[in-house]
Design a protein around this ligand. Structure first.
Ligand code: GDP
Ligand code: MG
Length: 159
């Protein structure tokens, strides 16, 4: 049956995760890393950085025309962030499921055990980032990390 292809479901995948400024300053890093480990993700790369405006604008370019964009840039440059490459089978979808919906207030109601429900404050200050697709994961990992520093190259190799 095509629906039980063991090959695709066990193949390791990379995703890009970030603990945003409110998560770092709120001291959620240890708790979030514990969840990452408990759910079977490996952290292959990590770095803490203070993002500048230009980098945030480029990273979030898909949202550049939105009214919340200037606020998003201010928020994302308000303090250091922890960026990580996570490795696991189905890493992209599983990390998105674990962080929960974008709006942390919604998350508290609909996904109370999600990371955003636990650590996030509102629609903007939602504590964590996760790539929304394998294509986004490739772009975002390549945006911040050297290809040569990665343990393996993702299957859809566009880095
Ligand atoms: P994500 O993929 O769940 O992080 O959500 P999006 O890609 O849609 O948005 C990127 C980030 O912009 C979110 O994580 C929030 O920090 C912020 N954001 C998204 N939508 C809004 C909004 O309507 N208002 C505000 N203030 N911030 C938003
Ligand atoms: Mg997004």
């Amino acid at each position: 049956l095509q629906t039980c292809s063991a090959e695709s479901s066990t193949e390791k995948e990379l995703t890009f995760a970030m603990i945003k400024p409110d998560g770092v300053s709120g001291n959620y890093t240890t708790a979030i890393k514990k969840i990452i480990s408990e759910f079977g993700f490996g952290i292959t790369n990590e770095t803490t950085v203070q993002l500048d405006e230009e980098t945030v604008k480029d990273f979030y370019t898909e949202h550049s025309s939105r009214s919340f964009f200037p606020g998003l840039v201010r928020y994302m440059t308000s303090g250091p962030v922890l960026m990580m490459v996570l490795e696991k089978a189905n890493a992209v979808a599983d990390w998105r499921a674990l962080i929960g919906p974008t709006d942390a207030q919604t998350a508290k109601v609909t996904h109370p055990h999600s990371i955003r429900a636990m650590c996030g404050l509102d629609l903007q200050r939602n504590c964590v980032h996760g790539s929304d697709s394998p294509q986004s994961a490739l772009r975002e990992i390549a945006f911040f990390f050297e290809k040569s520093s990665l343990g393996f190259l993702p299957k859809h190799d566009e880095l």
